[in-house]
Ligand binder design. Structure first.
Ligand SMILES: NC(=O)c1ccc[n+]([C@@H]2O[C@H](COP(=O)([O-])OP(=O)(O)OC[C@H]3O[C@@H](n4cnc5c(N)ncnc54)[C@H](O)[C@@H]3O)[C@@H](O)[C@H]2O)c1
Length: 381
């Protein structure tokens, strides 16, 4: 099957942030065609958004249930293959379950849901309906993140002892959530964001990156959550000690009140033989440091890259690739998954469940008196 796959979008209307990024990413490799959407619950806004994208107005709705019913009634060679969910967090589970039950694959924004329980319900719906569920842990789409993962997996660093991950942003340093900033308002509302603020929004990215690159599950956390801006209802500053399954130790810091910071996601992993460092704001460089020889710098597209990691790049060395391309790698992997082609795995249900269990463990740890709180995967352990 080499036809373009058909995509509809829930959320991502005028003035929204991540929906436009999904559209660019899905378009990059020609695997996907956006054909419809419920871009907003405001009919005018949704239709203006659809018109600006040149969509057939009969496929633009302002209610996801109407979109799914309409698509399901269309002939197989016209109806969508998948739904992209780019709404605030509280809608992820109900929308994903409705789409899966209507027979469509789902590409969902993180965090997967509002709770482990909701995430399990999504997993069950995907399984029962035989549909794929992909999750937008964007940073796993970078070629040099794949390179770091490959080098650790093949033992270059020796036994892993320490994982340090930090994700620093400054955009919530002032009370912009109370001043009408739309993105800030829902992110600091527990009914829409969940039990974690900064924790769910970017702490989950940091946690996922740390586990994915190290290849090691975090067994337990010792967390401290703070809310620095007066009147804010969720955490805006997060710190934790991590204990990994193999005995490695780590730290995770995520903050949205690190004034002046942009999107400072940085990972360092050290083993018995050396360490590596990757930073999202310089994504085309991976630094390796050794116990017994000078440091090395691996550059995107340069010599020495792992073949699968290099296959995630589109341009020759020296042509910077970044956020959109990393996101596009997830859409390319999602298309391959649906077509049954061989491609590197992209984040899905398992990653979603672990990150939801991480959020719950962090909140319990910060509120409780025990020094360590296990990341409890319940029956899927
Ligand atoms: N992967 C990443 O790097 C990344 C980056 C940013 C945001 N996100 C995630 O993406 C999601 C959206 O974040 P954002 O910053 O784009 O938010 P946003 O507020 O900019 O956009 C949300 C959109 O959802 C729409 N919406 C709300 N309720 C709806 C409904 N019932 N039906 C249809 N549309 C509805 C809104 O009208 C808006 O268009 C969040 O879950 C967030 O965590 C992920």
């Amino acid at each position: 099957m080499s036809r373009r796959l058909r995509l509809a979008m829930a959320g991502g209307g005028e003035g929204a942030f991540i929906g436009a990024v999904h559209r660019m990413a899905a378009a990059l490799d020609g695997d996907w065609e956006l054909v419809g959407g419920a871009f907003s619950t405001d009919a005018g806004r949704s239709h203006r958004s659809g018109a600006a994208l040149g969509l057939d107005p009969t496929r633009v709705h302002h209610d996801l249930a109407a979109l799914l019913a309409d698509e399901a009634s269309r002939p197989a060679d016209e109806r969508i293959d998948a739904l992209a969910i780019v709404t605030p967090n509280h809608l992820h589970a109900p929308m994903a379950i409705a789409a899966l039950e209507a027979g469509f694959h789902v590409f969902c924004e993180k965090p997967m849901a509002m709770s482990v329980e909701e995430a399990r319900a999504i997993a069950a719906a995907a399984k029962a309906n035989g549909r794929h569920f992909a999750l937008a842990f964007t940073y796993s789409g970078y070629a040099l993140v794949a390179e770091a993962r490959a080098r650790i997996a093949r033992g270059d660093l020796g036994e892993i002892r320490r994982v340090q991950v930090e994700y620093l942003q400054g955009w919530l340093s002032a009370p912009i959530d109370a001043d009408g900033n739309k993105q800030a308002a829902w992110r600091t509302d527990p009914a829409k964001a969940g039990i974690g603020g900064c924790l769910g929004d970017i702490g989950t990215h940091a946690f996922h990156l740390a586990e994915q690159v190290s290849g090691l599950p975090v067994a337990a956390v010792s967390a401290d959550l703070a809310t620095h801006v007066a009147g804010r209802r969720l955490d805006d500053d997060v710190g934790a000690l991590l204990r990994f399954d193999n005995g490695a130790r780590g730290t995770l810091v995520a903050s949205q009140v690190a004034a002046g910071e942009e999107n400072g996601l940085r990972l360092r992993v050290h083993g018995s033989l050396g360490g590596l460092e990757w930073s999202q704001m310089e994504p085309n460089t991976l630094t390796l440091r050794w116990l017994d020889r000078p440091a090395e710098i691996v550059r995107a597209g340069g010599p020495g890259m792992d073949a699968q990691a290099a296959a995630l790049l589109r341009t020759p060395a020296g042509h910077p690739e970044g956020y959109i391309e990393a996101f596009a790698n997830l859409y390319r992997g999602f298309a391959a998954m649906i077509r049954g082609d061989e491609e590197p795995a992209i984040p899905g249900v398992g990653d979603g469940l672990r990150t939801m269990a991480f959020i719950e463990a962090m909140v319990a740890s910060a509120a409780g008196a025990d020094k360590w709180t296990r990341i409890d995967m319940g029956e899927t352990a």
